[in-house]
Design a protein around this ligand. Sequence first.
Ligand SMILES: [Zn+2]
Length: 416
Amino acid sequence: MLKTDKITYYCKECLYPSSHPLGLLFDKNGVCSGCRVHKEKYKINWNLKKKAFSKLLLNYKKKNFYDCVVPISGGKDSFFILDLVVNTYKLNPLLVVFNRHFNSKLGIKNLELIRSIYGTDIFMYTINQDFYKFLIKTSLKKIGSIYWPYICGSTVLPVQVACRENIPLIIWGCHQGIDQVGMFSHFDNVEMSRRYRKEHDLLGLEPEDLKSYELGKYKDEIKMLYYPSDDEIQKKGIRGVYLNNYHFWDSFNQHRLLYKKNKYYINRVNNTYDYFNDIDCQIYNKLHDTIKFFKNGYSKITDHVCREIRLKRISREQGIQLVNFYEKKIKLNDDFFFKWLLLNKNKFYEYLKKFKSDLIYFDGKKIKLTNESKRKRNGHKTPNTSNRNINYIKFNAPKILDKSYDLLLQGNLSKR
Ligand SMILES: [Zn+2]
């Protein structure tokens, strides 16, 4: 098995580049660890997995007023997660929402729907706006991320609430490290850890790492985002489990089923064909995706396409065409965000520049081809390098999209 290195190449089966920020391992056939671990899904006896999960829940059911903490937003897989937690497993959860400040109207409406459909208690936490803006600027300068404060808050708040309210079980949806890059096997039943959160979710930077001279007047506020101590977590027996270890995870199908059932709010976005994910945020599909492209050389459409290729709903060729089509449509039109943040757009680019991927030119329009001769000269042994641009096919966008929509949406979708 070869570890990824500085020269970027693409998986032979999906379209992830070796520069994936969560880290991919490639086998001798050029297939990534994400694809390999995905194949486990077809070998697992999911009925046994579900039984194991029900057994695990027996330790927590009806032991306290709340059986578990469930972190949610007004997008992603919230409805599917709640359907399992409330309707299938009959738990009484305390829902936890960390306010990201730039919620979309549809995301807010989805939270209202969740409240009325599931009748559950919801705890929402909003940190003050000035501090939040300060955190966005700080993480932009330090690690090239504007989303760090949200990820930080949304991954620590459920743990803090679990500790404070003595609710030892946290139920998360999908573990990205398993589903995207195959960092762990489904057989490991890996659980929440502070280490994974720091290294992957938070790109190596915890709030605890910020020095007082960097924090200035916010040196006390930052403590609101501190992770509970190992002692406290251990003493209270807090654990966080992931549903994709116990259920075959197919985000698109899950949305399709739950959309039929609950008719929640969805939205057509510019950067992907997926109407469901991340529509709760005003910048996720625009500025955030532009930054992802600058930094990693690929954007959200690649995540969605890799998912569909692995689930065998589209071919790799169709995936390449979808990526080439949607990547050109990411638009940096989030002036409202810069205005809100009180940050000049040029200054923003200046901060971001040092984090740009070698994969692209800075204007974000052109992807550099992997230099095969340079790769060989450097002695890299990965066989059959597959660069998606080599396979570039000139295509009629609406035609292929119609076809993909047919395949993916099966004509069932109408905008609410
Ligand atoms: Zn792959």
